[in-house]
Design a protein. Structure first.
Length: 292
């Protein structure tokens, strides 16, 4: 679906809790000016569980309009009700999405065979390409490598996996099994370098909300096989990448973006603002990098 870096965009809110569409437009402009390779809306970073249907429609349509066919717009539609995922996929398609990001069912969870059934069923109900999203730390269920291989062979439009398990051994197994005909994307910024250098295609990045140009350069260097340049940038920003996850995403990234004037720091409940201690950790590293 894409190679390089797709930004898992935040959803900005006003102080009264409403979506700040004017600010979202500025965020989209900033991403596109930095030549990001894909826009990912309404994922974990976009606080999708607390974004309402009409808001989803407007945010998707804005991203599609701004992208103007230059980069794909991928919409998060996953939930733990298979029939609801089908409905969300239809809505995303109606709003102009180029692809779908579908997280595994959570809370009620399912078996490995249940995952195959879930993904192949929703894939059969849409023509849009699907990225399966594996993030067991949030969902409580892991897509095993053989499971992804099986589902991807059954439905051609299951084209990629966003691997955020954090388990490099598992990720290498996925790459080994499907690298010839499927796309493997990192779901963790700090693992983008090793994943891509091992045969993966890119990253769906939280960090690129803050520094899209940096992540664009890292991924472009890897794709151009300029590995030393990629490593130099990766290790320069690695500590900050990790600090962006010092608390529940997207709490830290919104705080960091506020420091650069890229967004405000408003969240929707149940998320709350970053602690003073964690704020100081991020600020200290941003100062070390001469960002603030």
């Amino acid at each position: 679906m894409f190679k390089g870096v797709g930004t898992a965009l935040i959803t900005p809110f006003k102080e009264n809790g409403e979506v700040d569409y004017e600010l979202f437009e500025k965020i989209l402009d900033h991403q596109l000016e930095n030549e990001i390779d894909a826009l990912v809306v309404l994922g974990t970073t976009g606080e999708s569980p607390t974004v309402h249907l009409e808001e989803r429609r407007l945010l998707t349509e804005m991203a599609v309009s701004k992208a103007d066919g230059k980069v794909p717009v991928i919409v998060g539609t996953g939930t733990n009700d298979t029939s609801k995922v089908v409905e969300m996929n239809e809505l995303a398609a109606e709003n102009g999405a180029d692809g779908l990001l579908i997280v595994t069912p959570y809370y009620n969870k399912t078996s490995q065979q249940g995952l195959v059934d879930h993904y192949t069923y929703v894939a059969s109900k849409t023509e849009l390409p699907i990225i399966a999203y594996n993030v067991p730390s949030r969902t409580g269920v892991n897509i095993e490598p053989e499971t992804f291989k099986k589902m991807a062979e059954m439905e051609d439009n299951i084209v990629a996996i966003k691997e955020a398990s954090g388990d490099m051994s598992q990720i290498l197994n996925v790459i080994e099994l499907v690298r010839d005909n499927k796309t493997i994307l990192s779901g963790n910024d700090d693992q983008a370098l090793p994943l891509m250098m091992s045969g993966g295609s890119g990253v769906i990045s939280v960090f690129s909300n803050l520094l899209p140009g940096v992540m664009k350069k890292i991924t472009s260097h890897i794709l151009a096989e300029d590995y030393q340049a990629a490593r130099d940038l990766h290790y320069k920003y690695l500590k900050l990448m990790r600090l962006i996850f010092v608390d529940v995403n997207p709490i830290p990234i919104k705080f960091a973006m506020q420091q650069l004037g890229l967004s405000n720091n408003n969240l929707r409940r149940p998320l709350v603002n970053l602690s003073k201690e964690h704020q100081q950790l991020i600020l200290t590293e941003m100062k070390e990098l001469d960002l603030v």
